[in-house]
Design a protein around this ligand. Structure first.
Ligand code: NDP
Length: 510
């Protein structure tokens, strides 16, 4: 695609009989080795010019008629106009959800709820390419990630929780699991459809109804999901989707008709939401920021570790709450590992999110790009050593080079603050105790990674790391059966698995 980055490397052609090979090059001459553009077709997605709110099973305009625009971060072009919900709309959505909880969805037997959830899972799979393309257009993430990670995982959350809907007695033996009622759910922009599925699937499985507010920069996959709800014939009011600014997010959180609040996003907003529910009996789960340590010991398989490090921080442009943004390397292998990492960085392709070759797509918004740029500058100013591979960035759009900082001190902002971008800070350690001390030296506690050949060391580290999820010899692996969540300023409560179901039920004695 014109204007998008292509990376050039070369390989030496084997000798040919007459000195000229099939590329028409002489002995020993390098083949110019470029990736041909492989853009995914956009026409699977039919973008509407205007999207309404989804309340009580119908698409409706916002009260007052205000709208906002969702922009493609890779081109800076507007994608669609979206209705901007007001407090009055939040009230309508909560009332619709309450009615459905009392009269339709909440009255269904578990096996009937399961049928709907299975249907939604199947429709997501059938429409997976449409969802993947739309998600990449609206968020900037590479199509190979939305196609191979976000959408399949979103569908699998519905499959998984569909299985629990009629088995709540087995999930909570000896207790009676009752739905909480109406769930208010607020999701971020880094995994829009996936976060929607993490929130909606367990809530519906347990018999709750929901009002979901997507992030303002990525409302479109949630609005396409509204279409899936219609296609699945979900009772009106079971799922309501209300795009709009953060202020209406707070209206939703504080609405007296809400029984449970689930939030994923920044620690700063998480704190406000905590205050918003204080003094009420609303259930609350907060999945907030992170500054994960990815720890590599000297006995680790280095090439595998390099792949894990790259996946840990450059996956989804580093816009991942559990990203392995602090690399802790044992001192003796640090030079070798950093060399390998730099070589690997030179092969990462940054560019058009819809190109199937792209590894790192566009940063989600101009505001986020500015935040990343400012924090990277602080790293330079504070004395860390910056490395960025030479690569062309597209002329338009919000792109940022994969970045590696060495010579990082624990006091540097790039070692303490969540950057939420493709920026890795490398620190070193000598002993396992020092690794633990450095890894836990953060207000966050969401995830961590350990790379070592020794199982006993993995078990020892896992027991000492203050993180909700610890990956061993891998990173950024997600599964609907496995709980996910944090400690400290990364929030509380778990999503996924039976723990995720627990957050949406009230357990009573038999
Ligand atoms: P926010 O936490 O502001 O956004 C997350 C969601 O909360 C969005 O739907 C947002 O709506 C909504 N929201 C915003 N303000 C309020 C409020 N007062 N009450 C209720 N809901 C609200 O994240 P940002 O998009 O501003 O990103 C800022 C930083 O947060 C990032 O740089 C990153 O470091 C971190 N972040 C962490 C995430 C994680 O998963 N841990 C996810 C996203 C960001 P709206 O979009 O309309 O503002």
């Amino acid at each position: 695609m014109a204007g998008m980055a292509t990376r050039t490397s070369s390989s030496v052609v084997p000798s040919a009989e007459n000195g000229v090979n099939s590329w028409g090059l002489g002995d020993g001459q390098a083949v110019p080795w470029e990736y041909a553009p492989a853009p995914e077709a956009r026409d699977i997605v039919t973008l509407k010019e205007r999207y309404g709110l989804f309340i009580n099973g119908r698409e409706v305009p916002a009260t007052g008629g205000e709208t906002f625009t969702s922009v493609d971060p890779a081109t800076e072009q507007p994608l669609a106009t979206v209705a901007k919900a007001t407090s009055a709309d939040i009230d309508k959505a909560v009332r619709a959800a309450r009615k459905a909880q009392r009269r339709s969805w909440g009255q269904l037997a578990g096996k009937e709820r399961a049928k709907y959830l299975f249907r939604i899972a199947r429709i997501l799979q059938e429409r997976s390419r449409e969802f993947a393309v739309l998600e990449s257009m609206d968020s900037g993430k590479p199509i190979k990630e939305s196609r191979d990670v976000d959408v399949p995982l979103a569908a699998s959350h519905f499959w998984y929780y569909a299985g629990w809907a009629d088995k709540l007695d087995y999930a909570f033996p000896g207790r009676v699991a009752k739905p909480l009622g109406v769930a208010a759910q607020i999701i971020p922009w880094n995994f829009p459809l996936l976060m929607l599925s993490w929130k909606i699937a367990p809530a519906l499985a347990a018999g709750n109804t929901v009002v979901l507010k997507p992030a303002s920069t990525t409302p479109l996959s949630a609005l396409l999901f509204a279409d899936v709800c219609l296609q699945a014939d979900l009772p009106p009011g079971t799922v309501n989707i209300v795009p709009g600014p953060g202020t209406i997010g707070m209206d939703l959180v504080t609405h007296p008709g809400v029984d449970k609040v689930a939030f994923t996003g920044s620690t700063e907003i998480g704190r406000k939401i905590y205050q918003g529910v204080a003094g009420t009996d609303k259930g609350l789960t907060l999945e907030l920021g992170g500054k994960a340590a990815n720890i590599v010991f000297d006995d680790a398989p280095l090439d595998q570790a390099v792949e894990g490090i790259v996946n840990g921080i450059y996956f989804n442009q580093g816009e991942v709450c559990c990203a392995g943004s602090r690399l802790l390397v044992q001192e003796s292998i640090a030079p070798a590992l950093i060399d390998k990492l730099k070589d690997r960085l030179a092969t990462i392709r940054v560019g058009d999110p819809l190109d199937k070759n792209t590894d790192v797509g566009a940063i989600n918004s101009k505001q986020q790009l500015e935040k990343i740029t400012e924090l990277v500058q602080s790293g330079v100013d504070e004395g860390a050593e910056l490395y960025q591979p030479a690569c062309d960035l597209p002329e338009r759009g919000y792109f940022f080079r994969p970045t590696l900082f060495t010579n990082v001190a624990q006091s540097h902002r790039i070692a303490r603050e969540e950057i939420f971008g493709p920026v890795l800070s490398v620190l070193t350690f000598r002993t396992p105790d020092e690794a633990i001390e450095k890894a836990n030296n953060t207000p966050y506690g969401l995830s961590a990674g350990v790379w070592t050949d020794k199982g006993s060391r993995i078990l020892d580290m896992v027991s000492k790391l203050k993180a909700g999820v610890v990956w061993a010899n891998t990173f950024n692996r997600f599964d609907p059966t496995s709980p996910f969540g944090g400690y400290k300023e990364s929030g509380f409560g778990r999503e996924g698995g039976m723990h995720g179901l627990h957050a949406y039920v009230r357990l009573e004695d038999r």
